[in-house]
Design a protein around this ligand. Structure first.
Ligand code: BTN
Length: 237
């Protein structure tokens, strides 16, 4: 990927979307600080200097329905890079990269995927990855229950090396979508747990038993097996 670097920018995802509209592909927008970072459900994403805030723009030759696999790929890539940096991260379905602290799980990474295209073919995908790298979790909103690489390690991480490893892993995974689910299972903290998943239309409770292409959770409930493609997932026990 070519990398476009900014000391400060409103949002790397917004910039990558603009570049997509201009016809660009296979590039990464990277920033030290975002002044208008966006999260899922249109929430603000706090992005102080010291983080790794980046968006990958590419044009995979797949139907729209397959795109969730790229979000899982991003979670796997970040988890691997974090583990190499000495931080034992795990993935909560679908793509929260967390670190365990006793019974609690703290959030290290946020991922926001945006895309455009026709049903049978994606035109572009922007995978936005926000890593709390060298930031003080005390400077981040408490509701998110945040942690950071530097807080976990007790010293700053080499952001250049971390970003390079993250992008290498992501590049390999996005070209081999079949390999993503196995890799995801390896780091999943959700499988085997009792979960409650809130979707816009219903709430599903049961044991999370597996993940299915392109990223749906398989839940055994009292009334049978449910396949959930998206939702907010809570680990009950
Ligand atoms: C979430 O709500 O958990 C997703 C947060 C995604 C944040 C990243 S930081 C880089 C990219 N640019 C943005 O504005 N958002 C994403």
């Amino acid at each position: 990927f070519a990398i476009e670097y900014h000391d400060s920018i409103p949002s790397t995802n917004a910039r990558a979307r603009d570049l997509a509209a201009e016809g660009a592909s296979d590039l990464v927008v990277l920033a030290d600080e975002q002044t208008g970072g966006r999260g899922r459900l249109d929430r603000d994403w706090h992005s102080p200097s010291g983080g790794v805030w980046l968006s990958v723009l590419f044009r995979p030759d797949v139907p729209m329905a397959h795109a969730p696999v790229f979000t899982l790929a991003a979670a796997v890539a970040v988890t691997r890079a974090a583990r190499e940096a000495g931080v034992e991260a795990g993935i909560k379905w679908p793509n929260d990269v967390l670190v365990r602290h006793g019974d609690a799980e703290r959030k290290l990474v946020g991922i926001l995927t945006e895309m455009e295209g026709e049903a049978d073919r994606v035109s572009w995908v922007v995978v936005g990855i926000g890593v709390n790298a060298n930031v003080d979790p005390g400077d981040l909103p408490e509701e998110a229950n945040p942690t950071s690489l530097s807080a976990e390690r007790g010293e700053p991480v080499d952001r250049r090396l971390f970003t390079q490893r993250l992008l290498e892993e992501f590049d390999a995974l996005r070209q081999d979508p079949e390999s993503v689910l196995d890799a995801w299972r390896e780091y999943a903290t959700t499988l085997g747990k009792q979960v409650r998943v809130e979707t816009p239309s219903r709430t599903i409770e049961g044991e999370a038993v597996d993940i299915q292409f392109p990223g749906s959770l398989v839940v055994e409930t009292e009334s049978g097996t449910e396949i959930v493609s998206a939702g907010d997932c809570e680990h009950l026990r």
